[in-house]
Design a protein around this ligand. Structure first.
Ligand code: TRP
Length: 330
């Protein structure tokens, strides 16, 4: 032990990561990795809750997510990346925890509700309804102190906290109650103005997008629809481009908003400026991606070593859990 507190965070690999992921959690995680012992889970089993019909997408998506993390600035010498399905103790813990929470509590989880309606699910699978339970196992098998996440994940951390309290009071106080660590970034809207940026919505700027992609995507971004000519005054509140300036161009954003309101800058110029800002921000990320991609088997080795390391931790916790529950026969 090095005395540092431990954080556990991660994502489900359903595709490449975008600038919404960056602002919502990656940026925070990259800073925190030097301060805390950092574990990053690539939650492939959780990805199956929505992508069970196409499990073959996981293979590539796991590597894409790992590479996106590394390219964004996660240092493999400092942080530990691992794959959820390769830690069977997480599945075992999930089963034990599943006795300690009611179906109703999960049904009322606001993030489950929102996602169910996003995916158009009327009837939920057992796995989808229960993924917060499996996420509690992700967080607690390594006794994480803190979980840096975006706001939408807070209800899941709450589930983990409740499960830990229940387990500790019923059996033995061996588990750690985790705390959510929220970044200060607002949700990043989609290029189409939708409240959420996402792959399924086809409105995202990816960390792996080329310069040309970024420029053409920004050109297509939704602005105030009432602003037709240069002389019309704009409303930055309903403009995706202004929303991105606010997050990725902090110094200039106030000025830009004022100019927009006074018809001092046109949407085309404003978009050009944004594309340049985003491309500048993505440049070191692109460079690091090339670095990792060209080193053969490097990412695979990082994932293998990381998974091995956390497996030791998982083995230890599951021993304590079984002992606490008196599940010992031989
Ligand atoms: N539910 C998270 C998401 O969709 C991913 C995730 C899985 C996670 N396990 C986790 C996040 C544990 C934090 C901690 O983004």
């Amino acid at each position: 032990m090095n005395g540092k507190k431990r954080i556990l965070t991660g994502e489900r690999p359903t595709g490449r990561l975008h600038i919404g992921h960056y602002a919502g959690s990656l940026e925070n995680r990259i800073k925190l990795q030097h301060q805390y012992e950092t574990f990053i889970i690539i939650a492939d089993v959780q990805a199956l809750t929505t992508h069970f019909e196409k499990p073959e997408i996981l293979q590539k998506a796991v590597y894409d997510v790992a590479l996106d993390n590394l390219a964004a600035g996660i240092d493999p010498e400092v942080s530990t990346l691992f794959i959820q399905s390769q830690i069977p103790q997480i599945a075992e813990l999930t089963i034990f925890y599943s006795m300690l929470i009611t179906v109703n509590a999960l049904r009322h989880n606001p993030t489950i509700k929102t996602e169910a309606s996003q995916y158009g699910y009327k009837d939920l699978t057992y796995g989808f309804l229960g993924y917060p339970v499996s996420q509690a196992a992700d967080i607690t098998f390594c006794k994480a102190d803190l979980v840096p996440v975006g706001e939408d994940q807070v209800p899941h951390i709450e589930v983990a906290r409740k499960l830990v309290r229940r387990f500790n009071s019923l059996y033995k106080p061996i588990l750690k109650e985790p705390e959510a660590l929220l970044g200060d970034c607002p949700r990043v809207v989609g290029l189409d103005g939708n409240a959420k940026m996402g792959k399924s919505l086809n409105n995202a700027i990816y960390l792996s997008d080329s310069e040309e992609d970024v420029s053409s995507k920004v050109k297509s971004a939704v602005t105030d629809p009432a602003r037709i000519t240069l002389k019309d005054k704009g409303n930055p509140e309903i403009c995706a481009v202004c929303a991105y300036h606010k997050i990725f161009n902090k110094e200039e954003s106030h000025n830009i908003e004022e100019m927009c309101k006074n018809a001092g800058i046109g949407c085309t110029a404003c978009k050009k400026n944004l594309a340049a800002v985003l491309n500048q921000f993505l440049e070191p990320i692109r460079d690091r991606r090339i670095y990792y991609e060209t080193k053969q088997n490097y990412v695979k080795n990082i994932l293998m070593t990381g998974t091995e390391k956390v497996r030791e931790c998982a083995k230890q916790t599951i021993e304590e859990v079984r002992e606490a529950m008196s599940i010992r026969y031989f």
